[in-house]
Design a binder for this molecule. Structure first.
Ligand code: 3Y8
Ligand code: NAP
Length: 250
């Protein structure tokens, strides 16, 4: 009898939770607790860290988890690392539900950087109007380039004003649309967009808007992740769980 833990926080995790609920599979979806109101789910949800690898391994045993699907965001590298270690320790199968990285299309003006620090370095130079679409957790790093006018897109209103002298905050969570992102960038005279290579559909509108407006994009490449089984779709995940995809249309 399958008892599945889904590590969530992405569009794909929510799609998987729906398919799993429809198939009547016993599952729980886990959030880190990064935002005030995470999306509601059709399966039971738990919120908060597990307490590193030992905490996750203990959770897997205590909850009788028989399979783990890591459907976290490609930048949630620590969680994905812990999932590899803890499932090996607890002796249960692990698979990651992933989505391909975005690739530049004709007309894109992307400048690839390896990480947040690389994005900060790439902003060296005279004052520009910069949209930071990288969430809340790494804003402090951009204080090293205080000369710019920043448009910050956040999921929740910031408790404390981010340490950037010239900033405007827009509070909204994805998924975003090209029309809204184009209007947002035009409305703020944005010249440069900083983005993580999240992949997927939930956050790519800003790239299409930037291309349409001829803006430069500083694209932060994904962190390297440990070797693990990777599944490319909810259908593949359901088949891995031993539930034929046919009756779910996935
Ligand atoms: C808490 C809980 C779904 C999931 C939707 C996806 C799409 C919309 C687009 C921009 C980029 C960003 C950010 C973003 C997107 C999806 C997905 C995705 C990017 C929620 C959610 C949680 C989080 C955590 C949050 C981070 C932040 C990152 C904002 C839910 C809404 C920038 C990533 O304030 C904070 O602390 C926010 C933290 C981690 C990155 C950061 O460094 O700040 N996501 N996002 C999850 C948890 O607690 O475990 O699902 O409602 C989920 C989603 N956010 O079901 O449709 O699939 O990627 N999330 C990035 O891609 O760069 C916004 O603004 O253009
Ligand atoms: P991270 O840096 O890889 O993980 C740091 C710690 O947060 C983990 O060691 C774990 O704590 C806890 N954690 C992370 N994801 C968790 C989950 N789904 N359930 C329970 N605990 C979790 O993670 P992150 O980048 O902060 O991402 C946190 C969440 O936001 C994830 O669900 C991710 O899918 C989602 N998200 C992140 C981004 C992003 O840009 N990073 C974008 C969209 C969504 P313990 O060690 O105590 O277990």
């Amino acid at each position: 009898m399958t008892r599945l833990l889904i590590l969530g926080g992405t569009r794909e995790a929510s799609d998987l939770a729906r398919a799993v609920a429809e198939a009547g599979i016993d599952a729980v979806l886990s959030y880190a607790g990064r935002v005030a109101r995470p999306a509601t789910q059709p399966v039971p949800v738990r919120v908060g860290g597990f307490g590193g690898v030992p905490g996750l391994a203990a959770y897997l045993r205590a909850e009788g988890i028989t399979r783990l699907i890591d459907a976290t965001h490609p930048f949630a590298a620590q969680m994905s690392h812990n999932a590899v270690e803890a499932t090996a320790d607890a002796g249960i199968p692990l698979a990651a539900l992933t989505r391909p990285a975005w690739t530049p299309q004709p007309g894109d003006r992307w400048h690839h950087v390896p990480d947040i620090a690389g994005a900060v370095d790439a902003l060296t130079g005279p004052s520009r109007r910069v949209m930071l679409a990288v969430g809340r957790m790494h804003l402090d790093a951009f204080a090293a380039q205080p000369q710019h006018h920043y448009l910050l897109r956040l999921v929740d209103p910031p408790e404390t004003p981010p340490p950037l002298p010239e900033q405007t905050v827009t509070v909204s969570r994805g998924p975003f649309t090209v029309a809204d992102d184009t209007a947002l960038m035009r409305g703020h005279d944005i010249e440069i967009v900083v983005a993580k290579n999240a992949g997927g559909a939930g956050a790519r509108a800003k790239l299409d808007a930037a291309r349409a407006l001829g803006l430069e994009v500083i694209m932060i490449d994904r962190p390297a992740l440990r070797q693990r089984r990777e599944l490319g779709s909810v259908g593949d995940a359901m088949r891995w769980l031993g539930h034929a995809g046919a009756d779910l249309g996935v």
